[in-house]
Design a protein around this ligand. Structure first.
Ligand SMILES: NC(=O)c1ccc[n+]([C@@H]2O[C@H](COP(=O)([O-])OP(=O)(O)OC[C@H]3O[C@@H](n4cnc5c(N)ncnc54)[C@H](OP(=O)(O)O)[C@@H]3O)[C@@H](O)[C@H]2O)c1
Length: 272
């Protein structure tokens, strides 16, 4: 039986992170060929690539490990790791290779046509508004929200494709020390809903995923008393494993009727 993402080209921005890589790994497991993007993509490659199921062309048993590009309008022949700093707007435009862009890069560094795009790059905030520098506030909004908007603008999505924007429960629920973060993630939800209307003519589905706390550095870096308070408010009394978030992303990517889904995955914390 064909795997649900067999032959699909999936691009994950923020793929070196704990959640982004879990999603990339789950998609590769289901037959996809991956483009993994992040600032440290090249350095992380030796560690991450062996964990990905090698890509094989649908209908064959031939797995490919060479990073060969089949051209601007083809599907990559193997998983690729492409360095990208989403703070650099010109790089987003160049790497996603928007048609007609004067800054189109050499074949091999362009992402090319995409079936599933995951926007998962994010930075956090753990300080009260008055104690957060203007520069950090701007970085949070630029990385979490503006970059998501620009990547979606410049990505060459194939008809019937799917975009998954990783937001956060904080986008719908307050959180101490997370003002700009919450605003950026709320923005991602609003953007997702509006983009869903604009992508309708090409049957591209657009969804947002809202994890609560996930077993990651964002969680482990919290003070013990803050963790205790969150756990007390979470009916399941635990945080999510990254693989559980990846499973939700797989649902959004593979269920053809999932569109404008704003999917909470928070163990019930949103009910508190
Ligand atoms: N962990 C949680 O509890 C939790 C809960 C809800 C939502 N989320 C959201 O889930 C997403 C992933 O979180 P995570 O826990 O996996 O965080 P993480 O491990 O810190 O990963 C963050 C990812 O974003 C990338 N990134 C950051 N700044 C970037 C930039 N300027 N350009 C390109 N890539 C950049 C990082 O790669 P490089 O450093 O290599 O660039 C990394 O791949 C974030 O959007 C976060 O807000 C997380």
């Amino acid at each position: 039986m064909a795997l649900p993402l067999a032959g699909k080209h999936c691009a994950v921005v923020g793929a070196t992170g704990i959640i982004g890589f879990s999603i990339a790994k789950a998609f590769a497991q289901q037959g996809a060929v991956l483009t993994l993007l992040a600032r440290s993509a090249a350095e992380a490659r030796p560690r991450l690539e062996p964990q990905l199921r090698p890509y094989s062309l649908p209908g064959t048993t031939t797995t490919t490990t060479t990073t060969k590009d089949t051209g601007d309008f083809g599907v990559p022949a193997a998983h690729r790791f492409i360095p990208l700093d989403v703070a650099d707007r010109e790089s987003i435009k160049a790497i996603f290779g928007a048609r007609g862009s004067s800054s189109k890069p050499q074949t091999g560094t362009a992402v090319g046509p995409i079936d599933v795009l995951v926007n998962c790059a994010g930075i956090t905030q753990t300080s009260l508004l008055m104690r957060t520098s203007d520069e950090h506030l701007s970085d949070i909004v630029d990385t979490n929200l503006l970059a998501t908007i620009l990547v979606c603008k410049h990505a060459k999505m194939r008809p019937n494709g799917c975009i998954i924007n990783v937001s956060s429960l904080m986008g719908t629920k307050g959180g101490l020390g997370a003002t700009a973060y919450a605003a950026s993630k709320a923005g991602v939800i609003g953007f997702t809903r509006a983009l869903c209307r604009e992508m309708a003519s090409r049957s591209i589905r657009v969804n947002a995923l809202l994890p609560g706390w996930v077993n990651s550095s964002m969680w482990t870096d919290l003070k013990p008393e803050i963790k205790q308070a969150f756990l007390k408010d979470t009916p399941l009394n635990r945080v999510a494993e990254p693989a559980e978030v990846a499973d939700a992303a797989l649902f959004l990517a593979s269920n053809g009727f999932a569109n404008n889904c704003v999917l909470n995955l928070d163990g019930g914390l949103s009910a508190a």
